[in-house]
Design a binder for this molecule. Structure first.
Ligand code: PMP
Length: 447
């Protein structure tokens, strides 16, 4: 499959060589670099991405799922283009704030007030700072192997190599970047996703120092791992018991698992929610919101010129292009009918995968929620990061490149990601994806 990939993508190879001379690893976010070189994009439209070699791909990666609306959605493009002519940045309050904030407040019971940011990293960073400000405590409990953005504490054990990770019951805190001060991991406590006991143990020991429990309601950076029954409910109870802020990182799950994200889908409301990605339909925007008494801790008061609450600043926060994109995405594009449609299509894709897997006798697990889904080539279902670490990466990569060679990008590169069905995918395109997998599966089964 690698040879065939190289044959189909000579212009991507040449562009990769050129770009490596200009930007490190030839990419603008390190996650995007992979061997032998990434597909280099020419343009995207609807459910398709076109590369610089003229290949068309049915796109189910959709920029890490930001594009639940698909590419170049006409309503979104028209609204944003109109906004460009009215001004791209005001740094003054304006009516677009209400246009974008209201649908978020409507969708999450937990969100009574919201602030806008420019990315998921910023949303999580500000939510955790706010939790510290609110509680007057410093430590954050997070789940080993979960991704919460690129700021320093979020890179502690986001996906540590097992040989450095220590035992699951007492994981080592691995700073996964050079340049992170030694003091940073001290304030990060590691639990295991889907193991409420591990959170409880940390709270029993450090409860009075813990500001927040930070968790993705479903783990969308381990493919697609759902919470086991009672897990999120137990985190809610523990947060209440220990007066700790429960933060849902819904950067990926938000407006995707259900209109009101994982909180709605699983029926558990956090205290704070971090959002980004799909809320903006592919425009750079994030948001964090939550209970009024916590959000109002964001500095309004000045005491001799010094803010008394938690700081939240940013020149591009709530810029008109982003707010216009959020409002149109949530009000006009992601309608109830749109959710029904993408969920039906996602079920159709998952069912197609299961049939092929059975026909070919492959060992694999298919998971899915709402518009999202994933295949793991493992014998057992995945419940935790340690389970996930058992995924056979070379096999998964053979699947991924094999799909590319058949005109389908099934999900972002590697088994930590999942597919997204957009409102612009059609049943025929789902069937084409299944057909490509069926064709590939005979080869995988023989491998
Ligand atoms: N949290 C989660 C759960 C994410 O998946 C991501 C990005 N993949 C982030 C935070 C960071 O978002 P961004 O890349 O927009 O900074």
């Amino acid at each position: 499959e690698y040879d065939r990939y190289r044959e189909r993508t000579p212009n991507s190879a040449a562009m990769a060589d050129d770009l490596r001379e200009l930007v490190p690893a030839g990419v603008c976010s390190t996650f995007r670099a992979y061997d032998p070189y990434p597909v280099h994009a020419d343009r995207a439209a609807g459910a398709s991405l076109y590369d610089v070699d003229g290949n068309e791909y049915l796109d189910f990666a959709l920029n890490n799922g930001t594009q639940l609306v698909g590419h170049t959605h006409p309503k979104l493009s028209a609204g944003v283009i109109e906004q460009i002519d009215r001004g791209t940045l005001y740094t003054r309050p304006n009516e677009l704030i209400e246009f974008a904030a209201e649908p978020l407040i409507d969708r999450w019971d937990a969100i009574e007030r919201v602030r806008f940011t420019n990315s998921g990293t910023e949303s999580v960073m500000h939510a955790t700072r706010l939790a510290r400000a609110y509680t007057g405590r410093e430590k954050i409990i997070r789940m080993e192997g979960a991704y919460h953005g690129a700021h320093d504490p979020a890179l502690v054990s986001k996906m540590p190599p097992l040989e450095r990770a220590g035992p699951a019951s007492d994981p080592c805190r691995v700073a996964e970047s050079q340049g992170i001060p030694d003091s940073v991991p001290d304030d990060v406590l590691l639990a295991q996703y889907n193991d409420a006991e591990s959170v409880e143990r940390l709270l029993r020991e450090h409860g009075r120092e813990v500001a927040a429990i930070l968790v993705e309601p479903a783990c969308l950076n381990l493919g697609l791992v759902e919470p086991v029954d009672g897990y999120l409910e137990r985190l809610r109870t523990l947060a209440d018991e220990y007066n700790v802020v429960l933060i849902f990182d819904e950067v990926k799950t938000g407006v995707k698992l259900a209109p009101g994200g994982g909180a709605e889908y699983y029926g558990v409301q956090p205290d704070l929610v971090a959002l980004a990605k799909a809320i903006g339909g592919g425009y750079p925007v994030g948001a964090f919101g939550g209970r009024r008494e916590i959000m109002d801790r964001i500095a309004a008061d000045l005491d001799e010129g010094v803010a008394t609450g938690a700081a939240h600043y940013g020149t591009y926060n709530g810029n008109p292009l982003a707010l216009r994109a959020v409002g149109i995405t949530l009000r006009d594009v992601l309608t109830d009918e749109a959710y029904d449609r993408v969920t039906d299509l996602a079920d159709r894709l998952a069912a197609g995968y299961r049939d092929v897997i059975e026909d070919e006798g492959l060992e694999a697990q298919v998971t899915g929620v709402g518009s999202q889904g994933m295949v793991y080539f493992t014998e057992e279902p995945i419940r935790t990061f340690r389970d996930w670490a058992a995924v056979d990466e070379p096999f998964h990569e053979a699947y991924w490149f094999g799909m590319l060679n058949r005109g389908v990008i099934p999900h972002p590169h590697d088994a930590s990601q999942q597919w997204t069905i957009s409102v612009q995918h059609t049943a025929d395109e789902i069937d084409a994806h299944v057909d490509a997998f069926a064709d590939l599966a005979t080869h995988l089964a023989a491998a």
